[in-house]
Design a binder for this molecule. Structure first.
Ligand code: AQP
Length: 348
């Protein structure tokens, strides 16, 4: 296998309300990783339009949400000068490589993707081809930079495995050509998922069996990064719990998904482990714990929300960051795409 420079790539869809799950499962880790890696963080607008237009909200909403995700990246601490922040549709090589990968990936692989089944629901015949093909475009997003590490929430694990399968099959299918062109034994790295922290799957505040999600119709199911302190307090206080007090040991959270979720959120926001939270609050009333969680969430998220709002009043700045990032991203992506064309045999 060829040696690859370590590079982090990840993305967030501009589809509505960025929430605590996106922050704890993904964006917070993006910020941490920039200390040790070169990073490319994308606002994946091509993915956003895979659902029906009433889900992503139409052109004006897509533009607003694209700027909001970029503002969140910067407000959370990603440095747009050192790292690359851009929106996906500005770098056409993502879609171009996705086509090549469409011809590498197998229908049977895509048929196993659980996210498609969840998002398409019962009306599968009516889902867009883009939604079905989403994981192939995601593989292209990562591999068009030959990225080696991908920080994501737990829900993206299966898609990452598919990216690895696609990279492996491309390397096998074109092994002779890859070697002939001097790329060693494999052209694409097998990207590694980085699923980190105590909150890799934050659940809905209304239903501990459902993932916290931007598209949940109930705003009480999630804490948005843009929520004011009052809204955060109301949502945490109304969050579903059960009648038992918090246990003192982690084992006592088994079969109590809502309690487990709130403890996980507290641990992640406070930078401690679940047992530390239970040591402090175990045996006590939920209301005491919830009040402490409100204070913690407001202290951690308040400054991010305020900075996002400030940045969003300066659309020209955000647009300049995205444009500059896209130019730097594209310079890398065209190099890879040219090599892919040579490997596959496309004249250029
Ligand atoms: N509940 C979650 N807990 C932990 N991580 C999460 N992520 C999403 N939800 C949770 C992670 O956030 C990153 C960006 O997600 P996305 O915008 O690309 O799409 P998604 O996973 O489909 O997010 P949503 O919020 O659930 O949107 P909808 O409602 O449109 O489906 C990813 O790394 C994801 O793992």
């Amino acid at each position: 296998m060829a040696r690859f420079d370590q590079l982090v790539f990840s993305g967030v869809q501009p589809t509505g309300n960025l929430h605590l799950g996106n922050y704890l499962g993904a964006i917070r880790n993006f910020v941490e990783l920039q200390k040790s890696y070169d990073c490319i963080y994308c606002v994946v607008d091509l993915h956003a339009i895979t659902q029906s237009v009433d889900v992503w909200g139409g052109p004006a909403e897509l533009t607003r949400a694209t700027r909001e995700v970029a503002a969140a990246y910067i407000a959370c601490g990603i440095d747009p000068k050192k790292q690359i922040i851009f929106n996906q549709s500005r770098v056409p090589e993502h879609a171009e490589l996705a086509w090549v990968f469409n011809c590498v990936a197998r229908i049977g692989w895509l048929n196993r993707m659980t996210q498609f089944k969840e998002k398409a629901g019962k009306d599968r015949e009516n889902a867009s081809i883009g939604l079905y093909d989403y994981p192939v475009l995601m593989a292209a997003d990562i591999l068009v930079y030959r990225a080696t590490h991908v920080p994501v929430g737990d829900d993206q694990k299966q898609h990452l495995e598919l990216s690895r399968d696609i990279a492996q099959k491309f390397n096998n299918d074109f092994a002779q050509d890859i070697a002939r062109l001097g790329h060693g034994e494999g052209y694409f790295p097998l990207p590694e998922p980085l699923i980190q922290g105590p909150a890799t799957r934050v659940m809905s505040l209304r239903d501990g069996s459902k993932k916290m999600s931007k598209s949940d119709p109930s705003d009480y199911s999630r804490i948005n990064l843009s929520d004011e302190a009052d809204a955060i307090a109301q949502k945490v206080r109304k969050a579903k719990t059960d009648p038992e007090p918090l246990p003192s040991e982690v084992e006592g959270l088994a079969g109590r998904p809502e309690a487990d979720n709130l403890v996980g959120i507290f641990a992640a926001l406070d930078g401690v482990a679940r047992p530390d939270v239970l040591k402090r609050f175990g045996g006590g009333q939920f209301s005491t714990f919830k009040n402490a969680l409100v204070d913690l969430a407001v202290a951690r998220l308040g400054p991010i929300g305020a900075e996002m709002k400030r940045l969003q009043t300066d659309a020209a700045y955000i647009d300049a960051v995205l444009k500059d990032g896209a130019e730097r991203a594209r310079a890398r992506a065209t190099r890879v795409m040219d090599e892919v064309k040579d490997i596959v045999g496309f004249l250029r």
